[in-house]
Every structure is written in C-alpha cells, then in structure tokens.
Design a protein around this ligand. Structure first.
Ligand code: C2E
Ligand code: MG
Ligand code: MG
Length: 654
C-alpha cells in the first residue's frame, strides 16, 4: 500500500454504500442515503418476481369483479382494470432487465391499490391495501419499488384528487385540500417503506455479520467480491486469506474465553491497518479475509500483507496472559478470478501453501498452485489409505564395523508398496507425510516394526553381539509430545534392549527448535537409546551445537564419502569430522561407501562404522536374515555386496 494514503481511517468496515454502488456499475447511481441490500441471486429473484407478478395478474379479475359489484358497467370495469395490463405484461417479459421488470410489477401493484380506492369511491379502508402492497415489495430487497410507490401515491392522490376528489377521498377535509392529503399519504407510505427497509436490512445484517467480532462474514465478503469483479475494480483488487498458526493450541492452553478475546483483539488490529474502502471479514474459526481495493500497484498488496503479518505478531494482552499470534497469509489478485468464490479459493490455496512452507509468511497465488495442491492432497489421501492398508514395508541396510568387518547393525528405511506405482522411495512421500502430520503414526509404525524385527534377529543369533537398529526421526516427530512414550512402548512391546536402538536425527530439525527438542533428546537418552546425527556435513555443521547435543554417533553424509580417495578437499573434511567426533567422545559411521578404495580410506582414517552399497543395499527383512545366516556360517568375512537390486527399482530422476 502506498505511503501517504488515508491509512487507518476505517476499522473493519465495508465499502461505504455510495462507493459500492459505483463499483457495481449499475445504470442507476444510488444516492448514499439509500440503503443497499444484498443483490438477490438470479434464481431467488426469479422465484420472488414470479410470485409478485402472479399476485398482480390476480388483481385483474378480482378488481373487475369488485367493480361489477360496485355497480360499474362491464365495459367501464374492463376499462378501469385494463390499466394494469401494461405493467403486468412488462413484468412478465423475460428479455427485459431485472430492474425494468421489478419496477413494472411494483408499479402495477401500487396502481392496483389505487384502483381499489377509486372503485370503492375513495373509501378510507381501501387505502390500507397500499400498506399490504408495501409489505410485499420488501421481497425485492431493493429501494427502487419503494421510491416508485412513494412518487406514485403522492402524484396520483394529488392530481386525481384535484381533478376528481371523490374518487380518491371520502373525507371532506381531504376533498378540500387534495395535495395536502396527498403529502400526508406520502408521509405514511414513506414511513412504512422505511420500516420495511429497516426490517429487511437488519435481518440481512444478522445473517451477514460474524457474531463474535461484528465483522462481515463469508456471505457478505463473497457478495462484496462479486460486486467488485462485476465492476471496474477487477484490475486493482486483491484478497488476503489469513489463517492464524496454532490458534487451536492457544485455545486449548488458555481456554475459549482467552481464544475469543484474542480473535476480537486481532480483528481490531487488522481493521486498524486497513484503508478506507478496504474490507475485513471473519470467515469463521481463526480465518480472516481482507479485500484490498484501489491498489495502484500489485506490490502494494504484498506490502499490506507483510504489514498485517507484523501487526499480528506484536504481543497482545488478553486478561492476565500476553500472547502473540503468528499467521499464514495467502494473497490472490482479482485479475484471474471468475467470481468472488473463485478469488477467495485462490487466496485460500496460497494460504495453504504459506502454511506448508512453515507458516508465519505470505504466499502468492499462482495458477500452478492449483495442480500442485491437488496432487499433494491426493498423495496425502493415498498415504492415509496406505497406512490403514499396511502398504508400508521396512528395508534394512547393513551397518558394518570397519575394524572387524562384521555386520553390527542395520538402518531401517521405509518404503511404500504402492498398488499402482510400485515400490516407492521415502523421497517420494516423506515430505508429504511430514507436512500432513501423517509422519507421526507412520514413524510410530516404523519404530515398532524395526524394534520387533531386530529383537527377532537377536533371538536367532544369541551368540553374536546384539544387532542394533537405526531408525530415522523426522523434525515433526521430534516436536511430537508423545515421541518418548512411543519409543518406550516400541522397546517394551518388542523386548528390545534400549541400547540396541539408535535414533537418527538431523541437525536442522534440532537447531530450528532447540528449546523444544533438547529436553526430548535428553529424555530419549535417559531411556538408554543412542542418538546419531544423520547426514552430518550437509547442514549447519555447527561445532558449538555438536558439543551441546546429547548424540553418541555422527553419520558422515555420503556426498563426502563419495570423493574419498581422490585429492579433493572432501577427504580432508571426512578426516576432520572423524577426529572431531572422536575428540568429543562420539563414534563415526560413514554413509555411502561404494568402492573398496573408499572403504580402505575410511579404515585408514579411523571411521568406526560404515554403510553403503558396497557393503549391502537396503533390503527386505528376509534378505537380511539370509545375510545374517551366511555371516554366521563364514564368520569373519564381509557380507557379499548386493547389487542385484532387491531394493528400489532404478528410476529416471524427474
Ligand atoms: P538417510 O537416513 O541418510 O538414509 C540413507 C539413504 O542413503 C537411503 O536412501 C539409502 O538407500 C541411501 N544409500 C545408502 N548407501 C548408499 C550408497 O552407497 N550410495 C547411494 N547412492 N545411496 C546410498 P533412502 O532409503 O532412499 O532414504 C532416503 C532418506 O529418507 C533417508 O536418508 C532418511 O532421511 C529418509 N527416511 C528413510 N526412512 C525413513 C523413516 O522411516 N522415517 C523418516 N522420518 N525418514 C526416513
Ligand atoms: Mg538415516
Ligand atoms: Mg543419512
């Protein structure tokens, strides 16, 4: 939003009515003092109009009959009611516009009311029919029929009252002063119209306001967006979809009253940041939307979004608590949208993307987002099914003691036996599982299965040193409060000793949320499991963190091991990592050993353990059982390299 504009002028307000009418581009400019309701949807309008027009047509035989009973000759009675035919016909003609048709029918009904007065000889009781008609006109939810009724009543009572007073009035004072009484009638019609308009506007407001914050709700927002998109505002309008991050947690932790207080306070803050003409709405729960109009440059919308994000971040006091809200914002420009719902959906998709990227940020809608989000939600749905249908399997990759060449453990690596796409590597689904939270139940299954399998292998070979198993933990699992209990349960159920389980974590997942993860890591160590720092060298590789983390094993990433033997700086890095880890009392596992030369170098450098295709690919549990038996038979030999691809099929990289 450009600087120097009329900022902060509104607080959660909708467009002022006059501006809204301009935006809607209607042929009749509505003065600011006239209320504007929601434009009825086409089917609703058509249904109501059909009823009103039928009501008008009914007046034709009814008034004709009434005229006959009042002593009119049939031809005179027919002449009287024939005045209704033109407005009734115009109201019944579909090609005419909505305004012309509703105006014709409304005018016809008001004329019918005045005919009743004429036929009754100006009887005062017949005048009440006007108020019946006014009540019916409310159905159009528009000010135009009332205006027509008012003008008609005053003109008709005045002019006809002056020419033939007895056909309009039956009281002598009115007969003597027809125009004065025309104005009195007009005054009553105006008052009744105002009462009717007020009634439908208040009822409508009730349905279009959010009860908690008093802001417009989704219905009102979509209405305003539709109007903007129909008018000239399309080029300069954008919508922001705001969703608070972790609002549910705050609600659960501090109670609903504090949650409600927070929503009201944040609504006030957001509103205070908007310009005159912008609109803030609450869509429900912790979701808000902002319509930014009259943007002089698309970048103004981004600046606004960032400002709103900062505003939400500022600490806020609710009762005795000081809270601060983080939010994910999706921004969509009106340009590409077909209607309000479409535009809001685009902004919602962008918000979803912002959440996926970690929350607390703004994402802008792009058409490709649609397919990406769709594909991801399909993948997530498939993952959910896969978990229930037990389509996941674990493969185990041997880990070798470098000095003895003995198989000392395995790393459990998950695969998805997809019914259509075949065996899938974790790279194809772990991110989606993490983002959807499914990694928590999936990770628990991996833990239980790996522990049970390793306990079974240990029982098969009681004479050898207990085989260990390494299980990967994703960042999301580390933040899960039930992790320690899940690990303890997996150990308890399988009977595996804690010292045989190693949990692999990455630096990034710890450093990103150091305060939360450190107690978890310490609790895991207290259980007796060991911790390995996976892919070391690729992330921060921060020495100060390494010193603080309660890890016992450092796994050197395979990208460094790959270069071993050649004269690259990576060789020196591997040596430095090994020496550093040893100095800190940690053991080292080198990943990705693929050639005898690499193994030789690792041995010379003092690596404790190694893992790689040379020593064994990840393989199904049965194949690893065979390997263990073979190793027992020829004790002391390195297990044969397995290149026969019983693990993942080779796929072209996308
Ligand atoms: P990681 O923990 O670093 O696992 C080692 C990866 O390197 C495995 O890939 C393994 O197949 C591959 N690898 C092992 N030796 C060699 C080699 O000599 N050369 C080459 N080129 N590659 C080798 P995979 O199985 O595709 O797993 C990829 C990543 O997926 C893992 O990296 C791990 O971060 C993640 N992952 C696997 N299983 C799980 C799981 O159960 N839970 C979680 N959270 N993550 C998992
Ligand atoms: Mg690993
Ligand atoms: Mg690794």
């Amino acid at each position: 939003m450009a600087a120097g504009r009329n900022r902060g002028a509104t607080s959660g307000v909708t467009q002022p009515p006059a501006r809204a009418a301009q935006a809607s581009g209607t042929w009749l400019r509505r003065p600011w003092f006239l209320p504007e309701g929601r434009r009825l949807s086409e089917p609703v309008w058509r249904q109501r109009h059909r009823g009103m027009t039928a009501f008008l047509w009914l007046h034709v035989p009814a008034l004709f009959g009434f005229a006959l009973t009042r002593g009119f000759a049939p031809s005179a009675a027919a002449a009287q009611v024939s005045i209704l035919l033109l407005p009734a016909l115009l109201g019944s003609l579909p090609p005419l516009s909505r305004n012309v048709r509703s105006a014709s029918t409304s005018l016809g009904l008001v004329i019918a009311a005045s005919l009743l007065v004429h036929i009754s000889g100006g009887s005062i009781e017949a005048h009440f029919q006007f108020f019946v008609i006014l009540a019916f006109l409310t159905l159009y939810q528009s000010w135009l029929p009332y205006l027509l009724a008012l003008l008609y009543v005053v003109a008709e009572h005045g002019i006809v009252g002056a020419l033939d007073p007895r056909s309009v009035y039956d009281n002598p004072a009115a007969v003597a002063h027809p125009w004065r009484y025309a104005l009195i009638h007009g005054g009553f019609v105006l008052a009744a119209s105002c009462a009717n308009v007020l009634s439908w506007r208040l009822t409508e407001q009730e349905a279009t306001r959010d009860g908690l914050t008093g802001l417009p709700n989704r219905v009102a927002l979509l209405d305003a967006l539709d109007k903007t998109l129909q008018g000239r505002g399309r080029k300069s309008t954008a919508v922001l979809f705001i969703d608070l991050d972790n609002f549910k947690d705050a609600n659960d932790a501090f109670g609903h009253e504090v949650g409600d207080g927070l929503l009201v306070a944040l609504a006030g803050r957001l509103g205070a940041q908007l310009r005159f003409g912008d609109m803030l709405a609450r869509l429900g729960g912790d979701e808000f939307a902002v319509v930014l109009s009259d943007l002089s440059h698309p970048d103004d919308a981004i600046a606004s979004a960032e400002r709103l994000l900062r505003t939400l971040n500022d600490p806020i006091r609710i009762g005795e608590f000081t809270l601060s809200a983080d939010a994910s914002l999706g921004l969509a420009y009106a340009d590409g949208a077909t209607d309000g719902a479409d535009l809001l959906r685009n902004a919602d998709l962008a918000m979803y993307q912002a959440k996926r990227d970690g929350g607390g940020q703004v994402a802008i809608y792009r058409p490709t987002l649609h397919t990406a989000v769709l594909r991801r939600s399909e993948l997530e749905a498939d993952l959910r099914v896969a978990l229930d249908a037990q389509q996941f399997v674990l493969h185990y990759q041997p880990i070798i003691d470098v000095t003895t060449n003995r198989l000392v453990g395995t790393e459990a690596l998950v695969r998805w036996e997809h019914p259509v796409r075949g065996l899938l590597a974790p790279g194809e689904f772990i991110t989606a599982a993490e983002q959807s939270g499914l990694i928590v139940p999936l990770g628990a299954w991996v833990l239980r299965t790996a522990c049970a399998q390793t306990a079974a292998w240990q029982q098969q070979g009681p004479d050898r040193a207990p085989l260990t198993v390494a299980v990967n933990l994703s960042p999301r699992q580390l933040l899960d409060r039930t992790l320690v209990a899940t690990v303890a349960e997996a150990l308890h159920e399988s009977g595996l000793d804690a010292s045989s389980l190693c949990l692999e974590i990455t630096e990034g997942s710890v450093i990103r949320d150091f305060e939360t993860t450190m107690p978890t890591l310490n609790a895991l160590r207290t259980l007796g499991v060991s911790l390995a720092l996976d892919d070391f060298g690729t992330g921060y590789s921060s020495l100060s963190y390494l010193k603080q983390l309660p890890v016992n094993i450092v796994k050197i990433d395979r990208s460094f091991v790959n270069d071993l033997g050649s004269e690259t700086p990576n060789s020196q890095i591997v040596l430095a990592i090994i020496e550093l880890a040893h100095a800190l009392g940690m053991r080292v596992t080198a990943e990705g050993a693929e050639t005898p030369l690499q193994m030789h170098t690792l041995r010379a450098m003092g690596s404790d353990q190694a893992q790689g295709y040379l020593l064994g690919r990840p393989m199904p549990g049965d194949s690893l059982s065979d390997l263990l038996e073979a190793e027992v038979r020829e004790t002391g030999t390195v297990p044969a390299p397995r290149r026969d691809g019983d693990d993942l099929p080779v796929r072209p990289t996308p």
